[in-house]
Design a protein around this ligand. Structure first.
Ligand SMILES: Nc1ncnc2c1ncn2[C@@H]1O[C@H](COP(=O)(O)OP(=O)(O)O)[C@@H](O)[C@H]1O
Ligand SMILES: [Mg+2]
Length: 320
């Protein structure tokens, strides 16, 4: 590898790790700080209050998982977050499938580092989860893809999920705040029980708006390009371009950022550090992602608003 390749790799790595602050992230951080301060005050005063939590919803690609990762990173100095240490105040896991109470309990025990032997029933597993949460002093339990908690469940099972989640926060000897993130179906689970809904601060990562978000989107493209020290051509500075990019990203913030990073990487890898970012780089990225021919490519097609940007063609072996 030449030194210029190495440099480009480093720039791309830096772009990938960059987090673009958003209003919904600011809200997440502020609610989290409130919860954390309340918790610290309760512990200092020797009071056991019911915990509260956060529910973060958004479509796939909106940026939920990334936002929680950033939240942990930003709060490293205030919170013990290393899962290999005895004390771990923030534990994060993905809801397993199928999301029965037994499976979710077992996955939570595993995330807590507790060797689980598979012969117990749901309630007994959750009793063990609560013991471990206290032992590890876990104040926050994050369940990602939490919309799956409601999938393929009967009403009765769904109620038992809700009751279990509430009991984790109410648990009188060690209440743990829940952070649930998932697709919009998650709202249904939370709203099924007013008590649960009251305990969770709701945050929604909204979709981009083709008119309102033109300027912010163009701004983000410019900021990424500046970070990579890459010049931009006028074709990636227009209102029409911003709308094509939003459409290609299915109006999801995270996907918009991801496509921009990929377009810059493409520019750098094909044209070197003298590259100038242009529309074709975005079109090539969309082709790589979807194998879409030009009439189905939002960066190329005249009538791009008709295109379903999530459609992936089967002749592209990798994505099929
Ligand atoms: N605030 C952000 N800044 C930069 N990139 C982001 C941001 N939010 C999301 N992304 C990017 O968008 C993509 C999808 O984000 P992800 O968190 O996986 O979405 P979700 O969990 O909602 O499906 C990832 O590649 C991620 O790096
Ligand atoms: Mg995710």
């Amino acid at each position: 590898m030449t030194s210029s390749d190495m440099r480009i790799r480093r720039i791309v790595q830096d772009l990938r790790s960059a987090f673009v602050p958003t209003p919904s992230y600011a809200k997440l951080e502020s609610h989290f700080r409130t919860l954390l301060e309340q918790r610290r005050a309760d512990v200092a005063d020797g009071i056991v209050n019911n915990a509260r939590g956060i529910v973060l919803v958004g479509q796939s690609g909106s940026g939920k998982t990334t936002a929680i990762r950033e939240l942990i990173r930003q709060n490293k100095s205030l919170l013990q977050t290393d899962p290999t240490k005895d004390i771990c105040e923030f534990i994060s896991l993905q809801v397993p499938s199928p999301a029965t109470m037994k499976f979710v309990g077992a996955a939570t025990l595993r995330a807590l580092g507790y060797p689980y032997s598979g012969d117990k029933q749901g309630p007994a597993i959750w009793d063990q989860v609560k013991v471990q949460l206290k032992l590890r002093q876990t104040s926050f339990l994050h369940l990602d893809e939490a919309q799956d908690l409601a999938r393929y469940q009967t009403d009765k099972e769904r109620q038992s999920v809700v009751n279990t989640l509430k009991s984790v926060m109410e648990n009188s000897f060690w209440p743990t705040g829940l952070i649930l993130s998932g697709m919009p179906d998650l709202k249904k689970i939370v709203n099924q029980d007013p008590q649960l809904a009251r305990r969770l601060y709701p945050i929604e990562i909204g979709r981009l708006n083709a008119l309102r978000d033109v300027t912010p989107v163009l701004d983000i493209v410019q900021k990424y390009a500046a970070r990579a020290k890459v010049e931009t051509k006028p074709c990636v500075c227009s209102e029409g371009f911003a709308q094509r990019l939003m459409h290609a990203a299915d109006y999801e913030f995270g996907l918009m950022a991801e496509i921009t990073v990929q377009a810059l990487s493409k520019a750098l890898f094909s044209d070197g550090t003298e590259a100038r970012l242009e529309l074709q780089h975005f079109a090539d990225v969309f082709f790589d992602r979807s194998a879409a021919i030009d009439v189905m490519n939002p960066f190329v097609a005249e009538d791009f608003a008709r295109i379903d940007p999530r459609q992936v063609f089967e002749f592209d072996g990798e994505n099929a």
